[in-house]
Design a protein around this ligand. Structure first.
Ligand code: PBG
Length: 322
């Protein structure tokens, strides 16, 4: 049907019409807020490359959560800045670890909030890689048990869901196994299934103090040029027991989100990563873009592409806006 019979502007002529035909909405339930937790008390340290994002000690996280929950936040994901780092990332799997302690405290005061924990070695290893290193190689199978133990310790501390972000082969299955063996068959796994070796993670590595001390992450994170490979990764994770699959980053990978959503019958999460956040913040601060509107447009695009869940540092701002 062609102009002038069909005029698309008819249903765009005012707010009421636009509201009537709108296809995509952002909902308060969509968002997961990433938090960086460090040891100590009364710490709130801004991350230089991420305005308005902080490393918090647990007491300050509790304070922060009070208002966030009032504005509708349902879920957080925790990243730990540990007391010490070593080659095997052992501080990541201890009962008194920073994420474990924080999880316990959060669940004590806000029992309904969904606490997700990021499971990975890079925040806890002295070399900053996501796996065990030998002769400058990142070992896969040797890493799996350590990841499983870390995941178990998070869940024992009260985590509602674990999110492995390391990109080792077989880790979802290994984590599922250890959780089930310990009676945690009701704890879901949100797998960072298609996680790309991306330069958009730069500011996060400041925040988590986790840049690799040598080399890069290209031998385990995905090549940005590949999309069919992402579908294989997602398929594998589902076979191994992933309940939610994630694409990361989000904005430069909307095509991947779209394909994963259409091909698989699982909730899809997308991680609107640190670099995507900081670009908008920086341009906003310079007055070059309207920060709030660009934030909204970006998050909406991620949802429209097919994400059911969006992990974003903008959670605080968007919850106030919608
Ligand atoms: C840890 C991890 C990273 C991010 C989430 N989990 C960093 C990395 O792989 O280097 C990035 C998040 C962000 O950039 O916001 N493996």
């Amino acid at each position: 049907m062609y102009f002038p019979i069909y005029r698309p502007r008819r249903t765009r002529q005012n707010n009421f019409f636009r509201d009537l035909v709108r296809e995509t909405y952002l909902n308060k339930n969509d968002f997961v807020y990433p938090l960086f937790v460090c040891p100590g008390s009364n710490i709130k340290k801004e991350i230089k490359s991420m305005p308005d994002v902080f490393q918090y000690s647990t007491d300050n996280i509790l304070r922060e959560l009070e208002s966030l929950i009032k504005s509708g936040l349902k879920s957080v994901i925790l990243f730990g800045i540990p007391e010490y780092k070593d080659p095997t990332g052992s501080s990541g799997a201890i009962n008194k670890g920073v994420v474990q302690e924080c999880t316990r405290e959060i669940k004590k005061y806000f029992s309904e909030l969904i606490v997700i924990t990021d499971v990975c070695l890079c925040e806890y290893t002295s070399h900053g890689h996501c796996g065990v290193v030998k002769d400058s190689k990142i070992l896969n199978d040797e890493t799996l048990e350590l990841l499983a133990l870390q995941a178990l310790s998070h869940v024992e501390a009260g985590a509602d869901m674990v999110a492995p972000s390391d990109m080792m082969d077989g880790r979802v299955g290994e984590i599922r196994k250890i959780l089930d063996k310990n009676g945690f068959f009701n704890i879901p796994i949100m797998a960072y299934s298609a996680k790309y070796a991306s330069s958009f993670y730069g500011p996060f590595r400041d925040a988590a103090e986790s840049p690799p001390q040598f080399g890069d992450r290209k031998s385990y994170q995905m090549d940005m040029a590949n999309s069919r490979e992402a579908l294989r990764e997602v398929e594998l994770d589902i076979q191994e027991g992933a309940d939610i699959v994630m694409v990361k980053p989000a904005l430069s990978y909307l095509d991947i989100i779209y394909q994963v959503k259409n091909k698989f019958n699982r909730p899809v999460a997308a991680y609107n990563v640190s670099g995507e956040y900081s670009m908008i913040k920086a341009a906003g601060k310079l007055g070059w873009i309207d920060e709030k509107q660009v934030m909204y447009e970006t998050l909406l695009s991620i949802k429209r592409a097919g994400a059911d869940i969006i992990l974003t540092y903008f959670a605080k701002d968007i919850l106030k806006m919608i």
